[in-house]
Design a protein around this ligand. Structure first.
Ligand SMILES: O=C1O[C@H](COP(=O)(O)O)[C@@H](O)[C@H](O)[C@H]1O
Length: 258
């Protein structure tokens, strides 16, 4: 089988966070439309951290077909679903409590398994298998869209610099009990899952992301976790950033319009 090199990332640079919010909403709606036209459902994975707040441009937008959304968490902290550190709680507070999405289509970790991280992780992987495995024979799921954030240390999801999970090439979902950023216990999508998605979009803003953004885009071979996100052909990687974060970036494959 012929192997194609990944497409170069597309960088959308916006003046400020408000403009990112608007551009990101248009992008998500476009991705949703393409997926619905093709197969009538939209599979999306979300992150925590600063990302949930960036989704507010979707609220009240009639173009969003919430009943067709199937939402997963690209990483999640192993805490109760109403815990302040829960990525699900952040997404609920910022988005899901404000839109008519069927709760059954938001796939959370199983809160009954918090005391057994291995079982909880297996159960979440099975949740993905239920969505993807019977429908296509692919070894890894193909999400329509995965939305990611990036920490100042270059981590993304719960894949941290130098961690052994960076090399995981078999599991769809893995667990970590020694996260350098609290809370220590988390589950996370692995790189093969992220890199099989049809679209992956990072969102990063603020001056504090300047150095790491330029390292990831200008020196990807340095191998920070965020630089290892390279969706396989025909997948495409996008970056949604503000001018403050992009100030030191030399990489230019910038598009001004979504
Ligand atoms: O711990 C996490 O951090 C990353 C990055 O967070 P940010 O606040 O710097 O955007 C986030 O994407 C991930 O989901 C989360 O668990």
């Amino acid at each position: 089988m012929a192997h194609h090199a990944p497409h170069a990332p597309i960088l959308f640079a916006f003046r400020n966070v408000d403009d990112i919010v608007g551009g990101l909403a248009s992008f998500i709606i476009k991705a949703q439309k393409e997926s619905l036209d093709k197969k009538g459902r939209f599979t999306i994975a979300l992150s925590g951290g600063s990302l949930p707040k960036m989704l507010s441009g979707l609220i009240g937008n009639p173009a969003v077909k919430w009943d067709k959304w199937h939402v997963y968490y690209a990483d999640e902290r192993v805490v109760p679903l109403d815990h302040p550190e829960s990525n699900h709680l952040a997404c609920t507070n910022e988005l899901f409590s404000k839109v008519p999405i069927p709760v059954s289509q938001i796939h959370t970790i199983d809160a009954d398994l918090l005391n057994d991280i291995e079982e909880l992780c297996d159960a979440y992987e099975k949740e993905l298998i239920r969505e993807f495995a019977q429908k296509d024979a692919a070894r890894f799921p193909v999400f329509d869209l995965i939305l990611l954030g990036m920490g100042q240390d270059g981590h993304t999801v719960s894949l941290f610099p130098g961690h052994e999970l960076l090399a995981e090439d078999d599991r769809w979902v893995a667990y970590i009990e020694d996260s350098p950023k609290p809370p220590a216990k988390r589950i996370t999508f692995t790189f093969p899952v992220i890199n099989h998605a049809a679209r992956v979009a990072f969102v990063a803003h603020g001056e504090e992301k300047q150095d790491v953004l330029s390292e990831v885009l200008d020196d990807p071979e340095a191998g920070l976790p965020a630089a290892r996100v390279r969706p396989a052909h025909p997948g495409q990687l996008y970056w949604f950033v503000d001018d403050a974060a992009a100030a030191k970036v030399k990489y230019r494959r910038t598009l001004s319009k979504v």
